[in-house]
Write a protein that binds this ligand. Sequence first.
Ligand code: CMP
Length: 139
Amino acid sequence: MAGTITFTMIKPDAVADGHSGKIIDQIIGAGFKIKALKLTQLSKERAEEFYAIHKERGFFGELIAFMTEGPIVAAVLEKDNAVEDFRKLIGATNPANAEEGTIRKRFALNIERNAIHGSDSDENAQIEANFHFSGVERF
Ligand code: CMP
């Protein structure tokens, strides 16, 4: 059975551009419930840990610099089939390929500064939610 939670970050580009409220509104409008939410900033060490899977990629250094340049909005979201439905809502990694109306089509600048993260599996959703939130911050 598909899991009921996913994890998201509104990335520094979208937070700095003032899009957080519109993005959260679209997420809630699509039927997701907010189970945890905070404005926070990743340190270099925490960003490198979160993105460890990408450490051999050519874009890793730029990705870490980008993800630490300013605050992010981190959230845990609940909905049936959360991971898959949320990835449909945010659209393709590269906004040039994202469908009309998706969050990345609306707000992302390019493949790196792509406005929002969504977990890619139920297992990673749990790992990422636990990475960002303690038990008392989750509802
Ligand atoms: P996301 O899929 O949330 O997590 C990995 C991130 O790496 C991705 O979003 C982009 O922000 C970034 N990324 C992926 N591919 C590239 C690329 N080819 N060049 C630069 N950044 C990328």
